[in-house]
Write a protein that binds this ligand. Structure first.
Ligand SMILES: NC(=O)c1ccc[n+]([C@@H]2O[C@H](COP(=O)([O-])OP(=O)(O)OC[C@H]3O[C@@H](n4cnc5c(N)ncnc54)[C@H](OP(=O)(O)O)[C@@H]3O)[C@@H](O)[C@H]2O)c1
Length: 219
């Protein structure tokens, strides 16, 4: 059984991920910051871990991560609180989480990032441009470490039901992807350590997850 520390553990992707991890015999430890989220996380088979990413130091976050096998980072400000909060959560929060993983001796780190083409071909706000810059800087930060990282760049997220059929690869056409398909992909990556040090783009597609992810593994 792997213990997976989920930063952004009360988020929508994370809520799909926790039961998927449980189903494959793994355990989500889900960071959350509002006490009323705790019962729902327990009901999803997660162990709720209270903490605010903006307030935690890398050292205190490392203590919360102690004993985990991997970190999944799927936190995000979601545009709330302006550019400063995006920087604090999606940017500095990611950097803190990486440093905390190192301090806790956790090698594996899986980051939910964003698809670079998001916003292409339409007029985007300064806020969205800032978000995309922060997301890319987070990818750069993680990829420069010697951790066993995987960066997943989903297309536009939907709440459609999971199909367990996706399109993924080093470079694919932009599209939508259901949060549950993202969660299923993350769970598959958690279970397969051989998928390592790779950036993958992700949309809904026609191919079963294992079939499309297996070629990305490094043996
Ligand atoms: N929307 C898209 O189309 C899209 C596309 C590609 C990638 N993404 C990325 O995918 C990520 C996950 O998506 P999602 O739908 O699961 O988002 P979500 O439901 O907004 O989840 C993000 C989680 O981060 C948590 N968070 C924010 N600030 C925090 C803090 N200071 N301390 C602890 N937790 C904090 C939020 O906590 P609360 O529940 O307490 O607010 C929330 O639960 C997004 O954040 C985004 O960066 C999004």
């Amino acid at each position: 059984m792997k213990r997976i520390f989920v930063v952004g553990g009360a988020g929508k992707i994370a809520r799909y991920l926790a039961p998927r991890l449980a189903k494959q015999g793994d355990q989500a430890l889900s960071l959350y910051r509002h006490f009323d989220q705790e019962p729902a996380l327990k009901a999803l088979s997660a162990i709720p871990v209270y903490g605010d990413l903006q307030k935690l130091s890398p050292e205190s976050l490392a203590l919360l991560m102690d004993g985990c096998d991997a970190v999944v980072f799927t936190a995000g400000a979601g545009g709330k609180g302006g550019t400063a909060t995006t920087t604090a959560v999606d940017g500095v929060g990611l950097e803190k989480s990486v440093e905390a993983a190192k301090l806790a001796g956790i090698k594996r780190f899986i980051l939910v990032s964003a698809f670079p083409e998001a916003g292409r071909g339409r007029h985007i706000s300064d806020t969205f441009e800032h978000y995309m810059q922060v997301k890319k800087a987070a990818d750069v930060y993680l990829a420069a470490t010697d951790l066993d990282w995987v960066i997943v760049r989903p297309g536009t997220l939907t709440d459609d039901a999971a199909t367990a059929r996706i399109n993924t690869g080093l470079a694919i056409r932009y599209g939508h992807v259901s949060r549950d398909n993202v969660a299923a992909t993350l769970a598959y990556i958690v279970a397969h350590d051989s998928i390592n040090r790779v950036i993958i783009e992700l949309t809904d597609g026609d191919t079963p997850i294992e079939q499309v992810l297996t070629p990305l593994a490094r043996y």
